[in-house]
Design a protein around this ligand. Structure first.
Ligand code: F6R
Length: 368
């Protein structure tokens, strides 16, 4: 049942092209994005003037990515917040606020309580969830299901990619309701999403060198991750995977913050994984990241760079180059996250840990 793999997680990493494709399935019909359940009117969706995204862990990282897409496509202000923090503040919510709650299990207590808090304030709730009939979608006003299938490994992999995909569909649904995107533009963005499963499959075919590198670095005491724009949440997710699976101290940083503190951590031999933006799509950020890499390399860091195929400018500065296919900027995380999952799993296996059941963790966290 592990499909020839030693662990469910390794199988689930391989299932990611299907998780993305299945999540798209049925959500674009007759030229329109459709949700699975909608208990609020189109007018109410149109009247939304602010979005909060609440979630925990990897789902929160997928929510950070949602912010880039929703703001870009809808011009609505979006705040992303850890569910466990949200409800203990005094967030400003009313009936024209949409709270997007993202949860694989649909039973995460922190996220569920955030949903209840939002509803008490009369906000509308849209759930992105992988589990039909679970509590969070039951209490929501609208639901878009991810279709990753059951995830057995405790660490989120295919559920995460499915959440990112679903969040982008939510962004397009809002853009469509508000008219900030013409129907042909929504259709074009959807077609870009439809091209992703094949590209994810291509990344999976080229991860063998990532495994070799992971075995080599398996005993590093610390690994840092850097990214910018959508590469920043990817860096956070890469660090979380390494912490939870391999019990290695790992931290993700926004690369622009490097000189505001974290560069002090750089020392001889420290592995730093850098998620590069596209040299064409994000030329300005790309050149800033090339400078960052030069700065950390000059201080002895070992640079592991995830970059678009054909990114010649970064090649000279990378001790290890991991190439991924070109994709529209917002969608690149669906590709750049994959080598980081493989890296974390291989480090954990090399250290002799059970990747399906990391110590101290439960698949679904039903207590606050
Ligand atoms: C990390 C991981 C957790 C979950 C988090 C939220 O690999 O799996 O961080 O993402 O506990 O879980 P759900 O999505 O079920 O609410």
């Amino acid at each position: 049942e592990k499909g020839g793999h030693d662990y469910f997680m390794l199988k689930e990493i391989q299932e990611q092209p299907a998780a993305v494709a299945d999540t798209l399935l049925g959500h674009f019909d007759a030229g329109r994005i459709v949700l699975d359940e909608q208990r609020l009117s189109d007018q109410e969706l149109r009247d939304v003037d602010k979005v909060f995204v609440v979630a925990c862990g990897s789902a929160y990282h997928s929510g950070l990515l949602a912010k880039y897409a929703i703001e870009h496509w809808t011009r609505l202000p979006v705040e992303v917040e850890l569910a466990s923090e949200f409800r203990y503040r005094d967030p400003v919510l009313d009936r024209s606020t949409l709270v997007v709650a993202i949860s694989q299990s649909g039973e995460t207590a922190d996220t569920l309580e955030a949903v209840r808090h939002a509803k008490d304030q009369k906000a509308r709730v849209l759930a992105v969830c992988n589990t039909n009939g679970s509590q969070i979608p039951r209490e929501a006003d609208a639901v878009l299901y991810t279709r990753a299938g059951p995830e057995i490994g405790v660490a989120s992999t295919k559920a995460f990619l499915a959440q990112v995909t679903a969040n982008y569909l939510v962004g397009l649904a809002l853009a469509q309701a508000r008219g900030t995107k013409y129907p042909d533009e929504v259709a074009r963005e959807y077609r870009d999403l439809e091209a992703m499963p094949e590209l994810v499959a291509r990344v999976l075919q080229t991860v063998e060198p990532v495994r070799a590198l992971a075995r080599e670095l398996a005993h590093s005491p610390t690994v840092l991750f850097l990214g910018r724009h959508v590469g920043y949440p990817v860096a956070l997710e890469g660090a979380l995977k390494l912490k939870e699976l391999a019990y290695i101290h790992a931290e993700g940083f926004a690369a622009g913050e490097l000189k505001h503190g974290p560069i002090a951590l750089i020392e001889e031999g420290l592995p730093v994984i850098v998620v590069m933006p596209s040299p064409k799509g994000r030329a300005v950020l790309h050149s800033k990241l090339v400078s960052n890499i030069q700065e950390i390399k000059a201080r002895g860091a070992r640079t592991i760079v995830i970059a678009e195929e054909g990114d010649e400018a970064v090649r000279a500065h990378a001790d290890h180059l991991i190439e991924i296919p070109a994709a529209p900027s917002l969608l690149q995380p669906l590709l750049s996250t994959v080598p980081l999952q493989v890296f974390a799993a291989e480090v954990a296996q090399t250290r002799g840990y059970d990747v399906d059941k990391p110590r101290n963790l439960a698949k679904s966290v039903t207590v606050e």
